[in-house]
Design a protein around this ligand. Structure first.
Ligand code: 4AD
Ligand code: MG
Length: 483
């Protein structure tokens, strides 16, 4: 028996004239002769040629889009267009049928034609078998691997921070509760509130919104750590950039200030994008072409000036712009866009929170490259960010990307116990319950900094997709938790 070879390796062509065996799913079957098979190892299919006169007619009938087959035969140079090698089939095995007659119930929904992304979202369990989603999820894999590789090479320790917590790291109150109490009949306190003392953990608990606080504890021992895990936010924003469950990478570094933090973030982003461009060249070229085809339907003025490959290379070739929040507000206030009231939220003055339309204006119209915004007003940022000497701003940084807006949020942390405590009190964050966090400031505190990269936003950027639901396997968004 011939051992199975992955299609990616067969396509390399060095097995020519040898008998090979491939297994995969039928994409198309033309003229009762040419099967296009894909096993997910490559965007490219292998063509397998069957001799219909020598093949059992019942078997031929079962070679339909979606069916799972194994073929054995000699690998030869291809005569036809579109492929360099093909398999002359001597033996075929059907592992699983797929009904192709669309008039029958339970027919295979992925027929060989273009399907809309919206339709494919409804069949997310099958969309992996399309070219587009095959490419996206191979790129996603490479990016995840590249992130671990980057931090490993720098001597960072990967920390697995908890998914169930009792704290709200961002202090924004956007948490999913975790409870085993009977919702119909919960135990009550004397004052009539739900008694979480009787809940599973003896207190009120939720899914984590960030691993940062636990990451900080570990950084105070290992110096450099990172987390890479699922994160949950119950923010009811049904946008193309928000998920209720997303993956976040959060490095935390002792002895780093804001400048070091920015430099690490820029280096990391460039490293992982370069790695994906190298390892997933064919996938990214396919996605780039896909985007061009999609843009053909748009009016000239709305088409992007750069194609996906150019956009990625442009990001690699340029130093990110670095400006303060205060400078950004000046740019935005003076912009024609603001004066002509083209923003939905007009920038009146200092202190305004930036909306994604403002972030994208700065990146796409003004600087035309990634931008790092620093030193935000303290009132629009989290409690743990280090207070600047002006007493008004904190050492925060947001990295803004074209087409995405905020891709990274981070800061230097407030390491001074008194300042941190007073800030927490101002923001009504219970200091007693967070005593474990404050201990890092009591025992051997040091300047430190870190950031959070939204993994799906990175995948959006590298694949050129526009909806975040298309870059995570099974998206969780308001009113949507299928699969
Ligand atoms: O800016 P955020 O809220 O920062 C933090 O959570 C910090 N604790 C990070 C740190 O300093 N360690 O979130 C970080 C990033 C955002 O820039 C964005 O890319 C992504 O996480 N993000 C989301 N991605 C998808 N869906 C959502 N609902 C997201 N919320 C944040
Ligand atoms: Mg943020």
């Amino acid at each position: 028996m011939t051992t199975r070879t992955k299609i990616k390796d067969v396509l390399k062509g060095n097995l020519i004239d040898q008998t090979v065996n491939v297994k995969g799913w039928v994409r198309t079957f033309r003229n009762n002769s040419f099967i296009a098979i894909n096993d997910g190892s490559s965007i490219n299919n292998i063509q397998a040629v069957v001799n219909f006169e020598n093949t059992n007619p019942d078997t031929l009938k079962r070679i339909t889009p979606g069916a799972c087959v194994g073929v054995t035969g000699k690998l030869v140079a291809s005569q036809g267009k579109g492929q360099t090698v093909e398999i002359i089939v001597s033996d075929i095995e059907i592992y699983g049928d797929a009904e192709s007659d669309v008039t029958k119930p339970n027919s295979y929904p992925l027929q060989p034609k273009a399907h809309s992304l919206e339709f494919l979202r409804e069949i997310a369990h099958l969309r992996f078998r399309t070219n587009t989603f095959g490419a996206i999820f191979r790129v996603r894999h490479t990016l995840a691997y590249a992130i671990h590789k980057f931090f490993n090479e720098k001597g960072f320790v990967y920390m697995h921070t908890p998914i169930i917590t009792s704290s709200d790291a961002e202090g924004a109150g956007e948490m999913f509760r975790v409870s085993t109490l009977d919702p119909k009949n919960p135990p009550l306190t004397e004052t009539g509130e739900i008694d979480y003392k009787q809940d599973f953990f003896g207190k009120s608990t939720n899914l984590t919104v960030s691993g940062q606080l636990e990451g900080e504890l570990a950084a105070m021992a290992f110096s450099d750590v990172y987390t890479f895990g699922p994160t949950f936010r119950a923010e009811n924003s049904n946008t193309a950039r928000h998920l209720a469950e997303f993956w976040m990478i959060e490095p935390e570094m002792a002895f780093y200030d804001l400048k070091d933090n920015m430099a690490l973030a820029e280096e990391m982003l460039k490293y992982v994008i370069t790695y994906a461009l190298d390892k997933n060249k064919e996938d990214i070229e396919f996605l780039s072409q896909r985007l061009l085809d999609e843009e053909k339907n748009k009016p000239q003025t709305e088409r992007s000036e750069l194609n996906l490959l150019e956009k990625l290379n442009f990001c690699l070739g340029n130093e990110f712009a670095k400006i303060t929040y205060t400078e950004a507000i000046d740019i935005l206030r003076e912009s024609n866009h603001n004066k002509k009231k083209k923003f939905q939220y007009i920038i009146e003055g200092w202190g305004a929170d930036l909306q994604s339309e403002h972030e994208r204006y700065l990146v796409e119209k003004h600087f035309k490259k990634p931008v790092i915004l620093t030193d935000y007003p303290k009132d629009i940022k989290s409690f743990y960010m280090r207070m600047n000497d002006d007493g008004k701003t904190v050492a925060a940084m947001d990295i803004l990307f074209p087409g995405i807006g905020e891709i990274i949020g981070g800061s230097q942390r407030e390491e001074r116990l008194e300042k941190l405590e007073s800030r927490m009190k101002d923001m009504h964050i219970p200091t007693e319950e967070m005593s474990w966090y404050l201990d890092t400031r009591r025992f051997g505190a040091c300047p430190h900094a870190g950031f959070g990269l939204g993994f799906e936003r990175l995948v959006l950027f590298v694949t050129g997709m526009t909806n975040i639901r298309d870059v995570i396997a099974f998206p969780r968004t308001p009113n949507n938790c299928e699969f």
